[in-house]
Design a protein. Structure first.
Length: 285
């Protein structure tokens, strides 16, 4: 690292951070002597590590159109994938079968069985979203979760992304409970994944991008939901609608006190789903 010594500087002045090291270099910002180890390349010349740190604190972090700090580092997506995989492994071990994991005690206690929900087992509306019928079911949902999470988590931020995922998951379960048969067994993260698809469409429209790809993916998956046997169409539609609605509330929240508005949107969606489930239970009674 070469930098000319400013005329008048004492050759061999001590580094400000390492007094035992003589140096002829200095920081172009604070002009203190600095050894090569303490200098970092800047837009003009070299700056000491203290000035670099101070400059970083002064720069406002970039924010996305949702108000989140942009970061390419995925955290929520891999954690959700790992959690789903762990639950699947536990059910497979209990059942003594990878393909027949739905026979495990854990699976039977937590999958979505509307009749059991009516008799007070409310947790099934959410816990069913972390259970899967066999490895193929798990793999398809986790691949979709990774593909969508890779694009959405950096834009929505970790907290907002997780909120969309969880509320969509609950939305899928409530849709099955409201409109499905009372003895229809349902499990899987598909409701949450469809909610992320809805969020992706909302984000694309907000950014005024071509929505063709997003609409194509959603349309293809809905066609498969209608045509393939053993797929919970209600869970998919419920997750899609709720995910799109929550994402729209997050994206279009007023800039003034945006985080408060966004928290209110998530809370309102959760409360509405709970109330709808209670109303359905009253009607069944």
């Amino acid at each position: 690292m070469d930098q000319p010594v400013t005329p008048g500087d004492p050759v061999g002045a001590a580094c400000a951070r390492h007094p035992d090291r003589a140096t002829g270099l200095r920081c172009t910002r604070c002009e203190r002597p600095a050894c090569p180890e303490c200098l970092r390349e800047a837009s003009v010349g070299y700056q000491c590590v203290d000035c670099v740190a101070e400059g970083s604190r002064a720069v406002r972090p970039a924010r996305t159109f949702v108000g989140a700090r942009f970061s390419r580092r995925l955290v929520v997506t891999p954690v959700l994938i790992a959690l789903n995989a762990l639950v699947f492994a536990l059910t497979a071990v209990q059942a003594g079968s990878v393909v027949g994991n739905n026979r495990s005690e854990l699976f039977l206690d937590y999958y979505l069985w509307p009749a059991a929900v009516y008799y007070g087992e409310w947790w099934r509306l959410a816990t069913s979203g972390f259970l899967h019928f066999g490895p193929a079911h798990l793999a398809l949902n986790m691949i979709a979760l990774y593909v969508l999470g890779r694009d959405l988590e950096p834009v929505f931020g970790k907290v907002r992304f997780l909120a969309v995922y969880l509320v969509s998951l609950l939305g899928g379960g409530v849709a099955v409970y409201l409109f499905g048969g009372v003895n229809t067994p349902v499990a899987g993260a598909s409701g949450a994944v469809y909610g992320l698809m809805g969020a992706m469409l909302v984000a694309v429209l907000r950014l005024k991008l071509n929505p063709g790809s997003a609409l194509g993916v959603i349309g293809l998956n809905l066609v498969l939901s209608f045509t393939l046997p053993g797929i919970s169409l209600l869970g998919h539609l419920g997750g899609l609608v709720v995910g799109a609605a929550v994402a729209a509330g997050l994206v279009h929240a007023p800039r003034e006190r945006r985080e408060v508005w966004q928290a209110g949107v998530v809370a309102a969606a959760f409360a509405l789903l709970v109330v709808m489930a209670f109303v359905r239970t009253g009607q069944l009674g």
